[in-house]
Design a binder for this molecule. Sequence first.
Ligand code: KG4
Ligand code: ZN
Length: 333
Amino acid sequence: MLVLGIETSCDETAASVVEDGTKILSNVVLSQMVHNKYWGVVPELASREHVKTVVPVVKSALDDANVQLGNIDGAAVTYGPGLVGSLLIGLSFAKALSYSLRIPLIGINHIEGHIFANFLENPHLEPPLVCLVVSGGHSNLIYVEDRGEYELLGRTRDDAAGEAFDKVAKVLQLGYPGGPIIDETSKKGTPDFVKFPRAYLEEGSFDFSFSGLKTAVAIYVSRLSDEKLEKHRIDIAASFQEAIVDVLVDKGIKACLFKKVRNITLAGGVARNSRLRERLEAEAGKHDLKVFYPSPILCTDNAAMIASAGDFRLSRGERSNLDLNAVPYAKLC
Ligand code: KG4
Ligand code: ZN
């Protein structure tokens, strides 16, 4: 089955053709640059960009896959969570395709898409497993009992992990988006230069909280002279990254031990973080756990993961109606 995936939940316009849920024939991702000067995504600008780019992006996905629209068997589209205006562009487009081509439509939860990125990348990976979904909008620890069977173990109570990276990069005047810049610059820094707070919350909780850490960095920086900040910017970035990674790794491993699973997967933009991967692998090794993560292009928002999840749901006979609406705070479980 050939599924066309469409993803427009935030600031990436993406389309992909995936065969039988696992073979990526094309994967086009257009990241909107218009937000960079505002140091964050401006929702109204994001929807306007999606309107301009959705048609060419879908066309490139079909061209790259060497597939005609008439050969597509189903359309899978993100319906939430995300920015309502942005979601509506992808949804309207996918509905129009479904109606005019008389092919089934399936709405996909964006978080389920991120989880499926791991199945796309590792065809032999089988649940049960724990997935740590960490991106600009989400930080969730999810128990994946099976494909389509999820249990939310923990979530962020305030900022998402990627959001904390982006905001701290702004405080340190490093640029936007902050995650990749902090990741790269931290390689030259001293991770124990400042001992920033780690919020582990109540005993046994799998929830996260990163706003206190972000504030601690801002207060620390506000007390530094310009010279000191210049000299230690990279050490502060590395110390912040270490604090966030410590908590993610600790809770991820504990979640695996709690659910008695042997596999932990990373998903979402922050899954690209090299220190997170390195530390998680080291800790997982001590408990005989295996770590999986998608390649960088499948970590950040993309439509191949949506098409793959769509293939799974369409194959089970699931269909969405043309009255499918955008759900900005859609829950997976
Ligand atoms: O999954 P994604 O593309 O979009 C959302 O669904 O939010 O994630 C984007 C987030 C941004 O906050 C970005 O700073 C972060 O992922 N990110 C990283 C890295 N690459 C992207 N954070 C830490 N280290 C990275 N290498
Ligand atoms: Zn995402």
